[in-house]
Design a protein around this ligand. Structure first.
Ligand code: GDP
Length: 364
């Protein structure tokens, strides 16, 4: 079957306003020797100037540069980030996590509108999803996932950097925060698809970690890893609407009881459990009152700055570790010898430690 333009998913009646046009057929070139000039790569200073002015197009291009793997792009990107650094740090950064289907998109749409309306300023929504692939229609995905926010003039939504190692993806998101803050975004949401390590990465770059949960069959605590719960500054139970309200309240009680068993948090804040409905917009204000109460609380007791300092240190060591590891494995002499060493270990001719020591020595 031949697809017509109207079959394009963005042209379904549901998304009107997003009509995709094919345009008209273009005539042949009049001058056969004409070549369109290649767009000149902007300098770092030009990027920074655009970002500081809050130019969304330049901000997007700078983020693309940060995400690029080309060494020449990386060089410019790092310069842009460094020049933006003095203009950052003024924002509130919130991590939002939950398993697929928990209602992250629905909730972020509502949360975003609420904080913009209630507190003003500008909001950037970023993501850490090591499994995401740009090509699989995430443009459509993000337009429709957060329907209202995506057309809000004060919101900037950026899908996760393309699939890669978790460390790599997370680092790019962390660098994108710097650019967004320099562009005047004073509220940053970092969304993460919650099932494991991406939470830890997210936690390492936000001030408040919000965990979205659903009421289950009463044993919801089993499926959720203790480590993730321990990271949460707030647990919110979604879909507390219709005949699900009571189950949501019951789940909230279970979570509260479980939280009591954890040791006191470093911040001195007692994580809270609330119920809400993203879909019907119920209980949203209470959630954001809680988040901002926390921010005031940790700003007053010094933990806010302490946590940011710890995160800055974490990212320094994280980068050192990754770079050392990459250099090691990419070293041609090591790459050539490592398989043979592995075989010698398997044949029992060499201990694991001796093999490792020899390979490490080759790097000197
Ligand atoms: P995500 O995968 O975490 O981004 O979840 P979505 O936001 O896409 O939501 C998954 C499904 O749950 C969708 O069908 C939503 O319509 C539904 N949903 C989200 N929030 C609520 C809610 O508050 N109440 C109810 N009843 N359904 C909701």
């Amino acid at each position: 079957m031949k697809l017509t333009l109207m079959d394009h998913p963005e042209n379904s009646a549901e998304y009107k306003g997003l009509t995709v046009n094919a345009g008209i057929e273009q005539p042949e070139r009049v001058n056969p020797y004409f070549r369109r000039a290649k767009r000149r790569q902007m300098t770092a200073a030009e990027y920074v100037e655009g970002i500081l002015k809050g130019d969304v197009t330049i901000l997007s291009q700078a983020v693309t540069l940060v995400e690029s793997l080309l060494p020449e792009h990386q060089a410019v990107a790092q310069e842009v980030i460094e020049k933006c650094l003095p203009f950052t740090g003024q924002s509130v950064r919130i991590g939002i996590s939950g398993v697929p289907g928990a209602g992250k998109s629905t909730s972020i749409d509502v949360f975003g509108l609420h904080v913009l309306e209630q507190y003003g300023g500008k909001l950037a929504v970023l993501a850490i999803d090591p499994s995401s692939e740009r090509t699989k229609g995430s443009i459509l995905g993000d337009k429709t996932r957060m329907e209202k926010l995506s057309v809000h003039p004060k919101a900037f939504i950026r899908p996760s950097p393309a699939a890669g190692s978790l460390g790599g993806v997370a680092r790019k998101t962390r660098e994108t925060i710097v650019l967004c803050e320099a562009a005047g975004y004073d509220k940053i949401f970092v969304e993460t698809v919650g099932v494991g390590q991406s939470e830890t990465a997210c936690h390492s770059m936000v001030d408040f970690f919000l965990l979205i949960q659903l009421a289950g069959t009463g044993d919801e605590l089993q499926g959720i890893k203790r480590g993730i719960m321990e990271m949460a500054d707030g647990i919110i139970i979604n879909k507390a609407d219709g005949d699900n309200i009571q189950r949501a309240e019951l789940a909230a009680r279970h979570f509260r009881n479980a939280l009591h068993l954890f040791p006191a948090t470093e911040s001195g804040w007692e994580p809270r459990v609330l119920t809400y409905s993203g879909f019907y917009g119920l209980g949203i204000k209470e959630i954001w009152d809680m988040v901002y109460e926390y921010i005031d609380f940790v700003r007053a007791n010094g933990y806010f700055q302490y946590r940011r300092n710890e995160q800055a240190k974490y990212w320094m060591y994280e980068t050192i570790n990754n770079t050392l590891r990459d250099r090691f494995y990419q070293n041609p002499a090591i790459a050539a010898a490592i398989a043979e060493m592995e075989q010698q270990v398997l044949r029992g001719e060499l201990t694991s430690f001796a093999a490792a020591a020899r390979l490490l020595d080759m790097q000197r």
